[in-house]
Write a protein that binds this ligand. Structure first.
Ligand code: PLP
Length: 399
């Protein structure tokens, strides 16, 4: 075989999200897109705000020399400055441009952080259910993922995190607002987690960094706002992007923010800047950096997502599905009416409804529905969701 054994194994285990999405594409080709209810992919369907298009046109018309050249690997000074100003406002901590590294999306940000931190066999704690790409990102850099379960509300169980810490632990990745559960960690939770990590860092004699992967920061409902990981714990970072809040996932633009109070800050930043280069990203896209510098405080209007969340929640509740209404993101993560979530996904498929089984996120017994689709698709899926639920109920042994 030409490709590496490790790569072949990765391809085998590669995500359920993609697998279901590909099955959906096949179904759509056969039945017509209007007859398939596809809730597999977290690909924002709202167009970027008008301000994005205006800033993009300005950037394109700007014909000063050198705007498309190589640049410092950490990004354009003016963009880092704009992001630092934004972070200062949001987190009420003084950020300087040096605390910011522009990256190719949140995925690029996570890979840069992990490349910089991980020696072979170092461990990164992730909390199940989790975004499945974390496993690949950690493995990319020779690390080992240590999975810790969350409780039945998908929140961290602090003593279990504490028990998982050891002298190989270099970081904990959290993801709030969370994909796939839609849950948010409140300030008390972040601070308690911070205390656990501070204690662990002291015990094992090395900093254990807390990374919040937060591309969904602005997608929160009911007037909630997201607490600051930077306020909760000094050795912290944010990995984020403009993919979801500006609907720009294809443009690959995001950033890392490092807590100004983090230990070994200067060396850590220098390491991440080198990682950005030698991972082959070199720097984040120049044109997009110039555009987002003007848009750090803007996001898509989340009202359509809020309406879909209401509609979907009402439909699921009326049928009898067991779920927690998401506080953020555009995902619902109901309990599967069949113990075997993959079997239930097959029942949904019979109704031309596509969803991702919970085991794709390391939490079997659930399934994920992405509601970045028009309300008509959500409403149209209601009868099929009801029929699949009824069949699951019928197939259960009677008491
Ligand atoms: C939890 C989570 N982290 C990271 C990413 C990757 O984001 P980006 O496209 O900005 O790299 C995603 C994308 O869906 C995500 O859901």
């Amino acid at each position: 075989m030409t490709i590496a054994t490790k790569m072949a194994a990765a391809m085998q285990s590669s995500s359920w999200i993609r697998r279901m999405f590909e099955e959906g594409a096949e179904l759509k080709a056969r039945l017509g897109a209007d007859n398939v209810f596809d809730f597999t992919l977290g690909n924002p369907d709202l167009e970027p705000p008008d301000a994005f298009k205006a800033a993009l046109l300005d950037a394109v018309r700007d014909d000063r020399q050198g705007l498309h050249s190589y640049m410092p690997n950490a990004g354009l000074p003016a963009t880092r400055q704009a992001v630092a100003k934004h972070l200062t406002g949001v987190h009420q901590l003084a950020f300087v441009p040096e605390d910011v590294i522009m990256t190719c999306g949140a995925a690029g940000a996570l890979n840069v952080i992990l490349k910089t931190l991980l020696d072979p066999w170092d461990e990164v704690i992730i909390l199940a259910p989790f975004f499945p790409e974390y496993l690949f990102y950690i493995e990319n850099h020779g690390g080992v993922a240590r999975v810790v379960e969350t409780d039945d509300r998908f929140l961290p169980v602090l003593h279990e995190v504490e028990e998982a810490l050891n002298d190989h632990t270099v970081a904990v990745i959290i993801n709030s607002p969370n994909n796939p559960t839609g849950q948010i960690y409140n300030d008390a939770m972040l601070r308690s987690l911070g205390k656990v990590l501070a204690k662990g860092s002291a015990r094992f004699g090395r900093p254990i960094y807390l990374i919040n992967d937060e591309p969904y920061r602005r997608l929160v409902y009911d007037g909630l706002s997201l607490p600051s990981v930077f306020q909760a714990y000094p050795d912290s970072l944010v990995a984020t992007s403009f993919s979801k809040d500006l609907s720009l996932p294809g443009e690959r633009i995001g950033y890392i923010g490092l807590n100004p109070a983090a230990r070994d800050r200067t060396e850590f930043l220098a390491g991440m800047i080198l990682a950005n280069r030698i991972l082959g990203y070199i720097n984040a896209p120049a044109l997009m950096q110039r555009v987002v510098a003007k848009l750090t405080d803007i996001s898509v209007d989340i009202a359509p997502y809020a309406r879909r969340r209401e509609l979907f929640s009402r439909i699921l509740e009326e049928i009898g599905y067991d779920f927690i209404k998401p506080q953020g993101t555009f995902y619902l993560f109901p309990r599967s009416p069949l113990i075997d979530d993959v079997a239930f996904i097959q029942e949904l498929k019979k109704e031309n409804i596509l969803a991702v089984p919970g085991r794709g996120f390391a939490r079997p017994g659930y399934f994920r529905l992405a509601f970045c689709v028009p309300e008509s698709i959500i409403a149209g899926a209601a009868p099929g969701l009801a029929r699949a639920f009824a069949r699951a109920a019928d197939s259960k042994p009677q008491p």
